[in-house]
Design a protein around this ligand. Structure first.
Ligand SMILES: Nc1ncnc2c1ncn2[C@@H]1O[C@H](COP(=O)(O)OP(=O)(O)O)[C@@H](O)[C@H]1O
Ligand SMILES: [Mg+2]
Length: 294
C-alpha cells in the first residue's frame, strides 16, 4: 500500500501499562480513535428563507469513507460546496485538525488539503490526459528562464498516478475527451492523491455510468482511503455506498436524518432508509437503538 500520508506520530509519553494514567488530561483520546481531519459542527446554509442545510454536523477521519445519501434537493451538493469553500455557512463551525477555520474560496479549501471532485467533472477535453492531470503544475527541466516542460516525465507521472487508483494501460498523451465518466473521476482522484490532499470530497455525477465505470470510481475511492485520506463520497446508490462506506450520513430536507456506521446497517437497511422518505428518521432512530442495546 502507499505511504503518501503517514499521519501523526505515535505519542511517546504513554504511561507504562501498570501505571495509573490519572495525571493525564481527561480529554486525551485513545490512540486508536484518530481526531477528525475535518469536522462540521451545526452548519446551516440558507438560500432565501428555507435552509439548504440545517445544523449539520459530521466528522471525517483519515482512512475512512463517509458516504452521503439523500434524495434530490436534500442538500448533498450544498454540503460539498461548504467543504470546498464555495459556500460560506450562515451558522456553525468548520474545523481542520480540531482548529476552527473559514474557507472563503476553493483556493483556501485546497490550501487546507481539501480536494473536490465536482459533479460536472470539468476537464479540458481537447487537452491531453497529462495536461489535465497537471493543469498548470507541470514538471519542468532546468532553471527559469531556461525552463522547459518535461513532457516525458509528466506522462510518466500521470500514468503512474492513474495506475495507483486502478486505471491501467492508459495513454496519457491522448485527448482527455477519450476518457469515460468513471475514468474522469479517477483522474481527479489521482490528482488529489498525487498533490497531497488529505481530504477528498466527491460529488457523484448525475449522468448514468456503466457498471465497469462505477467500479473504477469505487476502486479509486478505496485507493484514496488506503492512502490515508479522509473521503466524503456523495452517491445516489445505497448499494455502491455500502461497498465502500465506513459511515453513512443520510440527509433529508437539509438535516442529518441518520449518521450510521457499517455496524449499524446492512445494505438492505441502507436501501430501505434511503428510499424511506418520511420514515427515514424513525427507522434511523430504531436502528441506532437496536445497535446501542447490543
Ligand atoms: N445556489 C442556490 N440558490 C438557491 N437555492 C439553492 C442553491 N443551491 C441549492 N439550492 C437549494 O438548496 C436545496 C439543496 O440543494 P442541493 O444541495 O443541490 O441538493 P442535492 O445535491 O441533494 O440534490 C434545494 O432545495 C435547492 O433547490
Ligand atoms: Mg447534488
Amino acid at each position: 500500500m502507499s505511504t503518501a500520508w503517514q499521519g501523526p506520530p505515535e505519542p511517546v509519553d504513554q504511561p507504562a501499562d501498570d501505571q495509573p494514567a490519572d495525571d493525564r488530561p481527561t480529554d486525551d483520546r485513545p490512540t486508536d480513535v484518530p481526531a477528525p481531519v475535518l469536522e462540521l459542527r451545526g452548519v446551516t446554509v440558507r438560500f432565501g428563507s428555507v435552509p439548504a442545510l440545517f445544523r449539520v454536523s459530521l466528522a471525517l477521519r483519515r482512512g475512512e469513507v463517509t458516504c452521503v445519501l439523500g434524495e434530490n434537493g436534500s442538500g448533498k451538493s450544498t454540503l460539498v460546496a461548504v467543504l470546498s469553500g464555495m459556500e460560506q455557512p450562515a451558522e456553525g463551525e468548520l474545523l481542520v485538525d480540531g482548529r476552527p477555520v473559514r474557507l472563503r474560496s476553493p483556493r483556501q479549501a485546497r490550501a487546507q488539503g481539501i480536494a473536490t471532485v465536482w459533479q460536472d467533472l470539468a476537464i479540458a477535453p481537447l487537452m491531453s490526459v497529462w495536461r489535465n492531470f497537471f493543469l498548470g503544475a507541470e514538471p519542468t527541466r532546468g532553471l527559469w528562464p531556461f525552463r522547459r516542460l518535461d513532457v516525458g516525465r509528466a506522462e510518466e507521472i500521470t500514468t503512474r498516478a492513474m495506475a495507483r487508483v486502478g486505471v491501467t494501460g492508459l495513454d496519457a498523451d491522448q485527448a482527455a475527451s477519450a476518457l469515460q465518466a468513471g475514468e474522469r473521476q479517477s483522474l481527479a482522484i489521482a490528482r488529489a492523491l498525487h498533490f497531497g490532499a488529505r481530504v477528498l470530497v466527491i460529488d457523484e455525477p448525475t449522468a448514468p455510468m456503466t457498471v465497469a465505470q462505477r467500479a473504477l470510481v469505487l476502486q479509486s475511492v478505496l485507493a484514496a482511503r488506503d492512502s490515508g485520506l479522509a473521503v466524503l463520497f456523495v452517491t445516489h446508490s445505497p448499494q455502491y455506498a455500502h461497498l465502500v462506506g465506513d459511515r453513512f450520513l443520510l440527509l433529508g430536507g437539509g438535516r442529518v436524518a441518520g449518521d450510521l456506521t457499517r455496524e449499524d446497517v446492512d445494505v438492505h437497511d441502507l436501501t430501505r432508509l434511503v428510499a424511506g422518505g418520511d420514515e427515514l428518521s424513525r427507522l434511523t432512530d430504531s436502528l441506532r437503538e437496536r445497535h446501542q442495546r447490543r
